[in-house]
Design a protein around this ligand. Sequence first.
Ligand code: IMP
Ligand code: MG
Length: 184
Amino acid sequence: MQDYHEFLDEILIDEATLQVRITELAEEINRDYQGETLHLICILRGGVIFLTDLMRHLTVLNSVDFMAISSYGTSRQTTGQVRINMDLVENISGRNVLLVEDIVDSGYTIASVLDLLKTRHPKTLRVCTLLDKPERREVNVPIHYRGFSIPNKFVFGYGLDLDEYYRNLPFIATVDLARFSPSG
Ligand code: IMP
Ligand code: MG
């Protein structure tokens, strides 16, 4: 695989900025769910880095579960349909569910997951996303906690992949697709 420096366009959100904002989001969540118990649902795989940093700042009692889905379409463009690859382990009926996502782009992924989870009767159901690309939205989705609104550019790092690689980078960067060759 290529060294990411070869196709990195710019660092959009650096590590320190990410961490400050994530702490603020956690404080907001702590206030909103004070006295309640929270059930975090992380959508694999992109949301996992955000989840683990976010939950370290939670003081409200919480549990966590995971769900893996894949969307049809190319790796950089979703269509309306998603498929569940791995379902939750636990029942969410009567619980305060908070979905933790890396990015809301067209909105199809979150919209489908929300539709599915609503049928399981959670007590409350909210969305927390690190990134939001509002210009790309095709379906309206409620976002209760938003880390950053970003321009319509493809990004990688901090959970987000480029053809499954580079999720471990501690910052969010934009990619110069002309200089990125998927085969390495
Ligand atoms: P949506 O269904 O179009 O909202 O897409 C959401 C999913 O697409 C995210 O969970 C990501 O996996 C992926 N995605 C969307 N934009 C980007 C990006 O800029 N970089 C990496 N993955 C992205
Ligand atoms: Mg992806």
